[in-house]
Write a protein that binds this ligand. Structure first.
Ligand SMILES: Cc1ncc(COP(=O)(O)O)c(C=O)c1O
Length: 339
């Protein structure tokens, strides 16, 4: 039997997401936090199904975000919520490029039309082109990652607002890296726009292993997306761990502060190296330009430092995640040696 003939054509064209495990002494490729969260989880009834509504966790997140609990939906990572949003509302799905790859991959997996509009020369939204596509294609969903992965910058707030205002569909502002950007982000606009959805995740602040993301939106939007959610999508261990982390505000803030100040030190140091162009970042990673990025990527890896080769997405660029001071110094030393 030819299995591939049975597969839906849109899935046949997809390649499985390669989350490659490349062993390295200094791992700065995946935008994780260098600080694991010390957790003390007790009292999990392993024989019982988890709370399908994740009530305690949602209550804590709602309180922290100054919204009501029925405006919060939990996902097994924000990836899962992207899946649920496209499952619920369909396409066309619009996003700028380059950006987080899952908007396009999930769109294709679900067989909807996806449209990518290149960012402008400063990696900001090309408002004219985005608005033209909004008018022509009438996307049901627009995904805006701000700060954007892999470029690291926030998009101009006024451009995001213009896209929200022009859209008849939903605009999802993906704030996976918001903690490192300062400010409140777009949750502040939830009362003003009924087509706004904000996505957040605990993955970038020390909890990537437990897979917890959430979306905040009008209860009418949340209750529609909730219809396609698998009943026990968030396991009990993750719910308990996330609740503990969300309640440990001071610890979380200290980690974020340490990473943000290391990012600024790292950017200044990179800026001082001939042949390296770091781009401004409000996230926990820095995109940087070098000559022959593929060669530099391999040379860094040979020295035990793993970064991300994004040169297929942004010509001449690599991306480094901010690590501990020791890790960042090891990266800087290796980078200087490879040039
Ligand atoms: C912009 C953006 N959104 C969402 C995610 C997914 O995060 P999660 O671990 O919550 O699925 C990532 C992860 O890299 C990301 O960069």
């Amino acid at each position: 039997m030819n299995v591939s003939k049975l597969v839906r054509p849109n899935v046949r064209k997809l390649k499985a997401y390669e989350a490659k495990e490349t062993p390295a002494r200094v791992k700065l490729d995946a935008n994780e936090s260098p600080y694991g969260f010390p957790l003390n989880i007790k009292g999990i009834a392993t024989n019982r199904y988890p709370d399908p509504e994740a009530r305690r966790l949602r209550t804590a997140i709602a309180k922290q975000s100054a919204v009501k609990m029925d405006g919060v939906l939990m996902g097994n990572g924000s990836d899962e919520l992207i899946y649920y949003l496209i499952t619920t509302f369909g396409g066309p799905v619009l996003f700028p490029t380059p950006t987080f790859s899952m908007y396009g991959i999930i769109g294709q997996a679900l067989g909807v039309k996806t449209v990518g509009v290149p960012l402008d020369a400063d990696f900001d939204l090309d408002l004219k082109k985005m608005l033209a596509v909004v008018r022509k294609e009438k996307p049901r969903l627009v995904f805006l990652s701000s700060p954007n992965n892999p470029t690291g910058n926030c998009f101009s707030a006024d451009r995001i607002l213009k896209i929200i205002e022009a859209s008849k569909g939903l605009v999802v502002v993906d704030e996976a890296y918001q903690a490192f950007a300062g400010g409140k982000g777009f949750t502040a606009f939830l009362n003003d726009y009924d087509n706004l959805v904000v996505l957040r995740t605990l993955s970038k602040t020390g909890l990537a292993a437990i897979r917890v993301g959430y979306m905040i939106a009008r209860p009418e939007i949340v209750s529609e997306v909730n219809k396609v959610r698998l009943p026990f999508n968030l396991n009990s261990l993750s719910q308990a761990a996330a609740l503990e982390a969300v309640k440990s505000k001071a610890k979380m803030r200290a980690y974020v502060k340490a990473i943000s100040s290391e990012r600024d030190r790292l950017a200044r140091a990179m800026d001082g190296i001939d042949g390296v162009t770091p781009y401004p970042s409000e996230a926990n990673f820095i995109m940087f330009g070098v000559k022959s990025p593929k060669v530099k990527y391999k040379a860094l890896l040979k020295k035990g430092v793993l970064v991300r080769d994004i040169s297929a997405m942004v010509k001449g660029c690599l991306r480094v995640t901010v690590g501990t001071k020791t890790e960042n110094n090891a990266f800087l030393k290796a980078l200087k040696e490879t040039l």
